[in-house]
Design a protein around this ligand. Structure first.
Ligand SMILES: Nc1ncnc2c1ncn2[C@@H]1O[C@H](COP(=O)(O)OP(=O)(O)OP(=O)(O)O)[C@@H](O)[C@H]1O
Length: 227
């Protein structure tokens, strides 16, 4: 489902004399449907960079990044937008939303974008918010003023609203209490059971051990190590 071959990335710091910083060379990764792979490696090893390249936020300098039938490394912006709508979900660490949009709408939005009827989309959003213990009195409010953990749960509800065939999870349990952490791990397990291919960054080692089938240490792809 997700397959990376020979992926390299350098950053060019235009505001610092165009210094070139190579951060990744020859990255290889394969994640089958139903598998969860954890990206590991020390801080600065390139976990987030790799995830951002798969999501199409950073452009790879070389290599192939196949997600379903799309090569993200070469795809046009329009193809990446379609991929994100239909195939590839992403739960980032922090919620970024348009101000003044109600929480229920924020969570239902990925389904509405796919053409799911409004009542069905809202019912699914309500089910996820309830499961993630977001009190119903908050559903009509914008999540911008919510606590860190509440925002993270809204973000997770939104990321799991549609049954994406592939999912990227950046620290999905970072600011959660044990009860909600268990709910999120349950959602991840259910996504795997229905055949989602998942890549995650989990600093929570126990969570990683519970839901991930294997670990991929991205330090193996730092340019020095590859040389
Ligand atoms: N936009 C950018 N411009 C320049 N350098 C960047 C950029 N994004 C990441 N880097 C560099 O790439 C390297 C890898 O960073 P990245 O955030 O991917 O590491 P990480 O493994 O996710 O670290 P952490 O566990 O601390 O989040 C770092 O040296 C970082 O400074």
């Amino acid at each position: 489902m997700i397959e990376l071959t020979g992926v390299s990335k350098s950053f060019v710091l235009h505001n610092q004399g165009s210094a070139v910083i190579p951060v990744m060379a020859g990255a290889e990764l394969r994640v089958a449907a139903g598998d969860c792979v954890a990206l590991t490696g020390a801080s600065g090893a390139g976990k987030s960079t790799l995830m951002r390249m798969i999501y199409g936020n950073y452009r790879a300098n070389a290599g192939r990044i196949m997600v379903g039938g799309t090569d993200v490394a070469k795809a046009a912006p329009r193809e990446i937008i379609a991929l994100r709508r239909e195939v590839l979900g992403y739960v980032s660490q922090f919620l970024r939303v348009v101000p003044r949009v109600a929480t229920l709408e924020v969570v239902a939005e990925p389904l509405l974008a796919l053409g799911v009827p409004e009542d069905q989309a809202r019912a699914r959003a309500a089910e996820l918010l309830a499961r993630l213990n977001i009190p119903e009195r908050l559903w009509s409010l914008s999540p911008t003023t919510f606590s860190g953990g509440e925002q993270q749960r809204v973000n997770i509800a939104r990321g799991f609203a549609h049954d994406y065939p592939a999912l990227l999870l950046d620290e999905p349990t970072a600011s959660l209490d044990p009860t909600n952490r268990a709910v999120v791990l349950g959602l991840i397990e259910a996504a795997k059971a229905r055949g989602a291919a998942i890549i995650g960054i989990f600093h929570d080692a126990e969570a990683r051990a519970q839901v991930c089938d294997r670990e991929e240490d991205v330090s193996a792809f730092t340019p020095q190590a590859a040389a």
